[in-house]
Design a protein around this ligand. Structure first.
Ligand code: CA
Ligand code: CA
Length: 583
């Protein structure tokens, strides 16, 4: 025991003593191509989750073996949705209940651990998860379930600065990984199920000083801080409540709960926004901007440069937060600066990332019931009014509106779990689910810190054999090139590599590597608990490593109705697994 502790200490000293430079803006911009580290959530600010490494490939992957496994320990398990980061031989990974660990990448030894002291009254809607840290200079920055940003020293795990982003008692929390763009740490907030007001904020990454704030519900004022002075930064959208009735915009939701991406080409942040609050759409006629949308935001000022709303007047909690991923393609001899997103509502969209213009949209799930299709010019859904959950006011006692069967369920054709884009195959690898829900509306009123839905629901599988489908989608044609069906719903991220491989995990515990061109299974390993995290890969001393966090949980067992029964035999956990090829 003593010897073990000593060796851990020596390792820690070696790591601390090694030549270490702080993470710079340039390092962050170059992260996708620099194979020796992982400095951004998404394996690059564009979040393509593509690695140019190919030592682990369709020929060699069968020999890939775990080299160490690190347990988060304690009684606190639940969902582990983190993506690890790697810098100078140290892995920085978050765990449930707002914990951060620094781990030696050679041995799996713990270097330090940070536990946020969470108050009793936190209100996470969808499990006590965290999706990862941001790295900047010598800081490790992350968001907590009580809606704070915390910056830790990367060698000691000690707090350098801490900021309250919002009031957790009003339902705010943070679960997404922040990103750092031009020296500013950018974060969103969760809480759309509690009638919060969504926003995106930028803080000086070194000091934690607030730089700008941009509310994402139309009518709210934004602010920018210059030389210590708070100045108005313009009203989000046009007039207050233009697309909202009465005062409902004051508790309008549109939570930016998944964080964002950044594209240096067009110098814009891309953030998605969640459902308008409450879920009962009959209480809020109008488009309810900027809910269920993607936003292009100026990283220097917080100005909304463009918006694209996927589900105007959302009545199903389809949200619109899913990641928007930049990619270029050639059409008529010209390069199109595009970006794609696979929405909870079952449609995948390709947008012009310079101005948010709709290029094309197509279903990526087998069945969609709530809309007849998309307007070919604007991308606006063509609603089927018979399939919108009914107004409780039309019922005899005014207590329950007409129930409808909606496909997909509100957990989405795709939820938070990030897709990957391969620069080799030019395909998106989309973790998706086939499920439906009975949904009905009920009366509700806003009350600070209380659930604000005005809806009830039961989620059901569409098929006995599977719910999860990993799909290879061609963004130029909208065609599904291949698919891999999985019994349990998929809830973890995807990684594509130049080795012609696509890695992802399943709730049954498997880390799988599929052939990127054909979908054939080339690798599988059971990690002992469900995977709802996102795999990464990097290299050290000429060897390619791959890591993934295992630990079943997240929204499915909490919100999944009939589906929750189907996965209740799955065991919780909390372990980082790291793999490589034999020497
Ligand atoms: Ca890198
Ligand atoms: Ca929501």
């Amino acid at each position: 025991m003593k010897r073990f502790a000593l060796s851990a200490l020596v390792t820690a000293m070696t790591v601390a003593g090694a030549a270490q430079a702080g993470v710079t803006d340039k390092d962050i911009l170059n992260d996708q191509m620099s194979t020796g580290d992982v400095l951004t959530n998404g394996m690059g600010l564009r979040a393509q989750r593509y690695s140019p490494m190919d030592k682990i490939n369709t020929k060699t992957v069968k020999d890939m073996r775990p080299v160490w496994a690190f347990s988060f320990g304690g009684e606190k398990q639940r969902g582990q949705e983190s993506q690890p980061m790697v810098k100078d031989g140290v892995m920085y990974v978050t765990a449930s209940y707002s914990r951060v660990f620094a781990v030696d990448t050679k041995t799996g030894d713990e270097l330090w651990e940070y536990n946020a002291r969470l108050p009793d009254g936190i209100m996470p809607c969808c499990d006590v998860i965290n999706r990862g840290v941001a790295l900047y200079d010598d800081l490790v920055i992350f968001g907590t379930l009580d809606a704070k940003l915390v910056a830790l020293n990367n060698k000691t795990g000690k707090v350098v600065w801490k900021k309250t982003v919002e009031d957790y008692k009003a339902g705010y929390s943070i679960t997404a990984a922040p990103i750092v763009v031009k020296g500013k740490v950018i974060t969103g907030v969760s809480g759309g199920e509690f009638g919060i007001v969504g926003k995106v904020e930028a803080y000086d990454a070194k000091t934690g000083k607030l730089a700008w704030t941009r509310p994402t519900v139309e009518g709210h004022m934004g602010y920018i801080w210059k030389d210590g002075k708070k100045m108005e930064n313009g009203i989000s959208g046009g007039e207050a409540g233009k697309t909202w009735p009465g005062d409902l915009w004051k508790s309008g939701g549109a939570a930016t709960w998944l964080g964002g991406t950044y594209d240096p080409d067009v110098d814009l942040l891309f953030f998605g926004t969640g459902n308008p609050a409450p879920w009962n759409s009959h209480l809020r006629p109008g488009d309810n901007l900027f809910s269920s949308s993607r936003l292009g935001i100026d990283p220097d000022t917080g100005k909304i440069a463009w918006h694209f709303q996927t589900t105007p007047h959302d009545g199903w909690d389809y949200d619109g937060v899913n990641e928007l991923i930049s990619f270029d393609y050639k059409a008529n001899g010209k390069t199109v600066k595009a970006a794609a997103t696979a929405d909870r509502n079952g449609f995948m969209y390709v947008l012009n990332r310079e101005n948010g213009d709709f290029i094309r949209g197509f279903p990526f799930v087998d069945k969609i019931s709530w809309a007849k299709g998309l307007d070919a010019k604007t991308g606006r859904p063509i609603y089927d009014d018979a399939n919108r959950p009914g107004n409780p006011a039309d019922s005899k006692d005014g207590k329950k509106g007409k129930s409808v069967l909606a496909i997909p369920s509100f957990l989405g054709g795709k939820n938070w779990m990030p897709m990957a884009y391969s620069q080799d195959t030019e395909l998106f690898y989309v973790p998706s689910n086939e499920w439906s829900m009975d949904i009905w509306n009920e009366p509700t009123a806003y009350k600070k810190g209380a659930a604000y839905l005005g809806a009830g629901f039961t989620i059901k599988a569409l098929k006995d054999e599977y719910i999860g489908v990993l799909r290879a989608m061609d963004p130029k044609t909208g065609k599904e090139v291949w698919r891999f069906n999985n019994y349990a719903p998929l809830w973890g991220g995807v990684l594509a590599t130049k080795g012609n491989l696509v890695f992802f995990g399943t709730p049954e515990g498997y880390l799988r590597g599929l052939n990127a061109k054909t979908g054939e299974v080339e690798y599988e390993f059971n990690t002992g608990s469900g995977i709802v995290g996102s795999p990464i890969t990097w290299e050290e001393n000429g060897e390619q490593f791959l890591s993934v966090v295992s630990g079943w949980g997240g929204a499915v067992p909490l919100w999944g109705g009939e589906v929750a029964k189907r996965v209740k035999h799955l065991n919780q956990g909390g372990t980082v697994w790291t793999f490589k090829l034999p020497k």
